[in-house]
Design a binder for this molecule. Structure first.
Ligand SMILES: Nc1ncnc2c1ncn2[C@@H]1O[C@H](COP(=O)(O)OP(=O)(O)O)[C@@H](O)[C@H]1O
Ligand SMILES: [Mg+2]
Length: 451
């Protein structure tokens, strides 16, 4: 008997230690079972206490009266599914007549406390069915991406959301994006994750990094073109606009619309073209965008006009030609001059890291969602990398990218160096590093990528 007690104490101690030091492991070993039992046992009581039950219907009352039985109780939504996940529980509920998804969303904080979970969010799946996602611990504290994620062309997993799901950057759904944040808030780490994710795909990466190239030049082996000062950037952007024109010519040439071509086969963007002639999509990453928009002399003002015009044209017309913009900066508002708000309006995807004032947050979300502005201001300074990201449905999420060090990103980029496409239009901007266009590094050298 004492042996059993000792074992029990040991297990409890191990669980406590895990919970404290490694919440993710605790969740997978003990937490998930305990939480499932807790939710199932307490379900009816909690729903009743949270005001999520409906009174019995008339015919049930009448039936009870007729058969002389006690009056039936109020009923909570029916559980369609309870599924444990890597970070929490997924509960799918069938609402009773008279309830709506908003009732559940409004009660999510009460549910969180009643079920002793870390976070609870809900969304409507279809009419009458609501999905409640619960997390067992703070998943953003130590971000661990799942080992296997579904990747599709031009869609990379870049961060973890607060509810434990993965945040993807999908270039085909949201072609251009803007990432804002105060200095040291995690913008460059976010961008680095994007580069590491895109490195394995068939895409040309173009970088403009006016911070003397400190962020992007170490990754040069996977980049088809790089610029580290506004003068080169202006030429590079002009070259991209020229490339865009050529791609449109190619699409035009492929269209040749005749009556017998089915509607679905008429090409209107590069993804409608046959694989063998499709131009490589290009992702243009701009770090510290304000450097491109500032000027001190007449000469520089002309250059600025050129840069902003090229960026606006790429943002307006680039999508169909497979040119996508990914712009990072500390602020991005009208104080940067003419054309900036016009450019901003074209950048559909918005991500805001910690910002110092409400105006900066407004630059990201002011025209989209006031709640998101508030959430962006509330990001604590000691949680670097936490951001608020808008999604394509108009909603927003708190996200955090995994902390990828520059060394890890460099290893990934070197591992995929042989995937760097050589675009003739961008050849003058190809970073000149020793050995760059010589023998390609075989993919097997990608091993350090997992380090
Ligand atoms: N997702 C993250 N997780 C953990 N730490 C992060 C994360 N993002 C950034 N940091 C920390 O914050 C520091 C500054 O990040 P950085 O991306 O260079 O900021 P910014 O480019 O906005 O000035 C990094 O060196 C890193 O230590
Ligand atoms: Mg930076």
């Amino acid at each position: 008997m004492t042996g059993f007690t000792v074992a029990l104490v040991l297990v409890a101690a191990a669980a406590g230690l895990l919970r404290w030091r490694r919440p993710a492991w605790y969740w997978l070993t003990f937490g998930v079972t305990l939480a499932s039992i807790r939710v199932l046992v307490r379900y009816a009581t909690v729903m009743d206490a949270c005001g999520l039950t409906v009174a019995p219907s008339r015919w049930r009352l009448a039936l009870a009266r007729a058969t002389n039985r006690p009056a039936p109780e109020s009923r909570p939504p029916r559980i369609l599914l309870l599924r444990p996940t890597r970070t929490g529980l997924l509960l799918r509920l069938k609402l009773r007549p008279g309830q709506d998804a908003f009732d559940v969303a409004a009660a999510s904080d009460r549910l969180r406390h009643s079920f002793s979970m870390y976070g609870v969010t809900s969304r409507e799946v279809r009419s009458g069915v609501v999905e409640v996602r619960m997390t067992g611990y703070d998943v953003l504290k130590r971000v661990q991406m799942p080992a296997t994620t579904v990747t599709r062309p031009m869609r990379v997993p870049v961060a973890l959301r607060e509810d434990g799901s993965i945040h993807y950057r999908d270039y085909r759904a949201i072609p251009h994006a803007l990432t804002l944040g105060a200095t040291e808030s995690g913008k460059s780490v976010y961008q680095r994750n994007l580069v590491a994710g895109l490195a394995a795909q068939d895409v040309a990466l173009v970088g403009i990094d006016c911070k003397q190239g400190v962020e992007l030049f170490p990754l040069a082996r996977r980049f088809s073109a790089l610029a580290d000062n506004p003068d080169t950037a202006a030429d590079l952007l002009d070259a991209l606009v020229a490339r865009m024109g050529e791609v449109y010519q190619l699409i035009r040439a492929e269209q040749r619309i005749t009556a017998d071509i089915p509607d679905a086969e008429i090409a209107a963007d590069i993804w409608d073209l046959p694989d063998d002639i499709r131009p490589t999509p290009v992702v243009v990453l701009v770090d510290e965008v304000a450097e491109l928009a500032l000027f001190a002399s007449k000469e520089e003002e002309k250059r600025r006009e050129r840069i902003v015009t090229a960026l606006v044209r790429l943002a307006q017309l680039g999508r169909a030609a497979g040119i996508y913009l990914e712009i990072c900066g500390q602020r991005f508002g009208s104080e940067l001059g003419k054309g900036i708000t016009m450019l901003r309006a074209q950048l559909t995807g918005r991500t805001a890291h910690r910002v110092n004032d409400e105006t900066s947050a407004n630059m990201a979300f002011g025209d989209i969602s006031p709640d998101a502005v508030l959430a962006a201001i509330q990001i604590p300074a000691d949680m670097r990398g936490v951001a608020v990201a808008g999604d394509s449905t108009g909603g927003w999420h708190r996200i955090r990218a995994p902390h990828t060090s520059l060394r890890q990103a460099v290893n990934v980029c070197n591992g995929y160096a042989d995937r760097t496409p050589d675009l003739p239009e961008l050849a003058p901007f190809r970073p000149s590093l020793p050995g760059i266009s010589s023998a390609p590094v075989p993919l097997s050298k990608a091993a350090p990528a997992t380090a």
